[in-house]
Every structure is written in C-alpha cells, then in structure tokens.
Design a protein around this ligand. Structure first.
Ligand code: HEM
Length: 167
C-alpha cells in the first residue's frame, strides 16, 4: 500500500511537472515561433511532431498525471473529503487537470492538421496557395487558443495541489 502510494506520487509529480512545463513552453515559445516562421512553421511543427514525437510525450505525461492523480485522490481522500478544504482543493485541481487534458487533445489535433498541411506544402515544391495560407492561419489560431488554455488550467491544478495540503 505504502509502496504503491509512493510510486503513484512519483509518477504523478514527475509527469505533472513535465506536462505544465511543456504546456507553457508550447504556448510561450513553440507556437509563437511556428507562427512567426509562416509556412515554414508547418515544417517546424512537423519535425517536432513526427521526428521528436512531441505530442506523444505530452499525451503520455497528461494521461499519467491524471490516472495517478485520481488514484491518489481515491486512495487518500475520496468522496467524504469533499467536506474538507484540502480534499476539495485536490478535487477541484483534479477537475481542472481533466479539462486541461480535453483541451490539450484539441491542441494536438490542430498541431496534426498543421503538420499535415506543412508536409503538403513542402511536397508541392512551390509557395503555399492563398487557401493553404488561410488554413494555416486558422489552425495556428486554434493552436494558440487551446495552448494558452491548457497552460492556464494545468497551472490552476498545480496551484491547488501546492496549497491543498496546508489549507
Ligand atoms: C496538471 C495537472 C497536475 C499537476 C501539475 C499536479 C501536481 C501535483 C503536485 C506537485 C502534488 C504534490 C503536492 C504536495 O504533496 O505538496 C500533487 C499531489 C496530488 N495530486 Fe496532483 N497534479 C495535477 C493533477 C491532478 C489530478 C487530475 C488529480 C486528481 C484528483 C490530482 C490529485 C492529487 C492528489 C490526491 C495529490 C496528493 C497526494 C498525497 O496526498 O500525497 N492531481 N499534485
């Protein structure tokens, strides 16, 4: 029981730290860089997604954080704890984490769309058509919005996790 608890805590905290950090790096650095590069931004994201497997790392860290987090919550807190400030804070943080994962899936699908469009543009061997440029702008806008929301929600979860044990 104790060993399982320690293991879940380690998985939860390592994966959670990676997830929040990656969400902010994506929102503050990677997405703006891809946007500034215009059509080449698609190639940049395509390399990051297909060669570096960025989306898979994010997805695995999000799933591990959520599964281990809810496992910990049911082991140590559970429904009766909703009447205590700590249990409730962990619960609300847990819900913020779940919503962040849902929105993160939207970021992933926008990134996949950009990757596909980027490779299409690269293969055609000529500058993107106005229609492709419009599609790229639309996908970049979606990715920016979703990326910021994921970063904000994972940070809300982190904030609540950090204060929950001491309130
Ligand atoms: C971005 C998402 C998340 C991050 C960054 C995160 C981070 C953390 C951190 C740093 C701690 C250690 C706090 C401490 O012991 O002082 C913690 C503990 C905990 N987290 Fe999360 N967490 C996240 C999502 C979740 C979710 C979705 C749940 C589900 C309810 C959850 C449940 C818990 C529980 C129950 C603990 C306390 C474990 C214990 O009593 O030792 N977390 N979390």
């Amino acid at each position: 029981m104790d060993l399982l608890f320690i293991l879940l805590r380690l998985i939860h905290i390592f994966a959670g730290v990676f997830w929040v950090g990656a969400a902010w790096i994506g929102a503050l650095f990677l997405e703006p860089t891809a946007r500034a590069l215009g059509p080449d931004g698609g190639k940049f994201l395509s390399h990051m997604a297909t060669v570096r497997r960025y989306s898979i790392y994010i997805m695995v860290s999000a799933v591990l954080t959520i599964l281990a987090g809810w496992g910990l919550w049911f082991m140590r807190y559970g429904m009766p704890s909703l009447g205590t400030s700590s249990g409730l804070a962990f619960f609300i943080g847990g819900i913020a984490g779940l919503i962040a994962m849902g929105i993160g899936a939207g970021t992933g699908s926008a990134a996949t769309g950009m990757t596909r469009l980027g490779s299409e543009i690269a293969q055609q061997g000529k500058p993107p058509t106005p229609e492709q440029q419009g599609q790229m702008r639309e996908l970049q806008g979606r990715m920016r919005q979703f990326g910021i929301w994921t970063a904000v929600l994972t940070s809300i979860a982190l904030f609540l996790m950090a204060i929950a044990p001491v309130i």
